[in-house]
Design a protein around this ligand. Structure first.
Ligand SMILES: [Zn+2]
Length: 493
């Protein structure tokens, strides 16, 4: 018995002016064939989990294309079609297969395609026919469309945000797909549109308990799997937004009833799910007002609107300006994407003092550049951060500091902050810092919260502003919360 396994992952921000080209995939590494067995880093660690499940049951795994891109604007149409067709050619070459598993995101769009996952799944279904199960692993920030539901046999989303359970969910999808192929289960899916949008950490209550409750339902009384996705608020597509879906073993009525009940529960929690964000000035006022407390750890400030994990460039200057204007000492800020500034630091050399223009270069949403006089404290040709068991390359990087005590980590590869070694790898001692500003919305939390004196979420005019209700929309149904107070118009009491 053979399982075909492949992945194509991108989260495309409709508001980013920078298109996703082939380079964005190449930067993350395009893996072909069994390359993952040789270099199983990054998201490919989930493949190991799948192989383990399959081999323990005598299944062979044939790997097709694996490609993932850093979040930017929609994918160039030709690039999307090239990668999609390569993956589908791999599937054709692997035939006959008894099961297919795809690792996808859910919020992938190309210039002429607003539902890439639906498109890909429809084509995969046409290749394998109606009887071969297709199992899909999705990101918690994916969208779930009718076309996806129609063509996939079963879909399971990450349950954790930060996404600490990718491998676990991959193993689960593999098992359920094999169970379906071996006719132990007959998955039936019902999807509930929650008519809401947001990005809600599962590290906070009440979502933490709600997710635990969803998991407790699985494997009992005919319930196979329960997933919820938040959608991607910056993906302007017709079927955007949060969904909750239930997969049962052949019981459509149960799936429908449970999806509706749990979806309504999630809707009822909407106000409490929200992670309150301060505006950047208010956040920095708090940082300035809190007295130093040796041994307490730094105040961690998430610069959420400039999160490269959602399509921003990580080079906005709003946080830096706020720190400088208030004269707050002993603050570290990173990773600021500024390859030009890094190059100048390398040319000047370690220990040099130089005038450096940093940040605010990628567009109006990054604010104005800032001119500083800095000392080059550390240089690394090939810097990286580590989190969730994987290494995320940052390219040539520099630690520079101002005489006023502001430390900046400048990086050449645009990445959101996920690991503390983004700072410590260059020699910055985070425990001695009064505050640390991270270019991240939530994924920083797993590594930084344990050492933080306090975590603040700060909003600014960047690309991923917290004010999602005000985003201009062209494609999605405007009838969603928080844009509309009651999108149900009396349907729910
Ligand atoms: Zn995500």
């Amino acid at each position: 018995m053979k399982l075909f396994l492949a992945g194509l992952l991108a989260e495309n921000n409709s508001y980013s002016p920078i298109p996703t080209g082939l380079g964005a995939f190449e930067a993350e590494g395009i893996r072909r064939g069994a390359a993952s067995a040789v270099d199983p880093g990054g998201y490919l660690s989930a493949i190991e989990a799948v192989r383990l499940v399959a081999s323990s049951q005598g299944w062979e795994v044939t790997e097709g294309l694996f490609a993932a891109a850093v979040p930017l604007g929609p994918i160039r149409q030709l690039v999307y079609e090239q990668l999609r067709d390569e993956l589908l050619d791999d599937l054709r070459a692997a035939l006959p297969v008894q099961a297919v598993m795809l690792m996808l995101h859910g919020a992938m769009t190309a210039e002429d395609c607003l539902d890439c996952e639906g498109d890909l799944l429809e084509r995969a279904r046409a290749i394998v026919g109606p009887h071969v199960p297709i199992g899909v692993e999705l990101d918690l920030h994916g969208h779930v469309t009718h076309r996806m539901t129609l063509n996939a046999t079963l879909m399971v989303a990450y349950k954790a945000y930060p996404h600490t359970d990718i491998d676990e969910r991959a193993a689960e999808v593999a098992q359920l797909t094999i169970d379906t192929a071996e006719r132990r289960i007959r998955p039936v899916t019902a999807v509930w549109d929650c008519r809401m949008a947001g990005s809600w950490p599962t590290t906070r209550e009440p979502l933490k308990s709600f997710v635990r409750e969803l998991q407790a339902l699985e494997g009992h009384h005919g319930v196979v799997s329960v997933s919820h996705t938040h959608g991607f608020a910056f993906g302007d597509v017709p079927e955007a937004g949060a969904r909750l879906w239930v997969i049962t073993d052949g019981d459509e009525a149960l799936a429908t009833r449970l999806a509706s009940d749990l979806g309504r529960r999630l809707w009822a929690l909407r106000d409490a799910l929200h992670q309150p964000a301060l505006d950047m000035d208010a956040a920095m006022r708090r940082v300035a007002e809190l007295p130093p407390l040796p041994g307490a750890g730094p105040i961690v400030v998430a610069d959420l609107a400039d999160n490269p994990g959602g399509g921003a460039r990580g080079d906005s200057s709003f946080a830096l300006q706020a720190v400088l204007s208030r004269g707050i000492p002993n603050v570290a800020i990173g990773g600021l994407w500024d390859p030009g500034a890094v190059q100048l630091c390398f040319e000047a050399g370690l220990g040099s003092v130089l005038a450096l223009r940093v940040a605010g270069k990628s567009g109006p949403m990054s604010g104005h550049p800032v001119d500083l006089r800095v000392t080059v404290r550390a240089l690394l040709e090939d810097h990286a951060q580590t989190a969730f068991g994987s290494r995320s390359p940052l390219g040539a990087s520099a630690w520079v500091s101002t005489a006023e005590g502001v430390d900046l980590v400048l990086i050449s590869r645009c990445q959101q902050v996920i690991g503390i070694d983004l700072f410590t790898g260059l020699g910055i001692d985070l425990s001695s810092k009064h505050a640390v500003v991270v270019k991240s919305m939530q994924h920083f939390h797993a590594a930084f919260a344990p050492l933080a004196r306090e975590v603040l979420y700060a909003d600014s005019p960047g690309l991923l502003t917290a004010d999602i209700a005000a985003l201009p929309i062209r494609h999605r149904d405007p009838n969603f919360w928080p844009r509309v107070a009651d999108p149900w118009s009396g349907m729910l009491s």
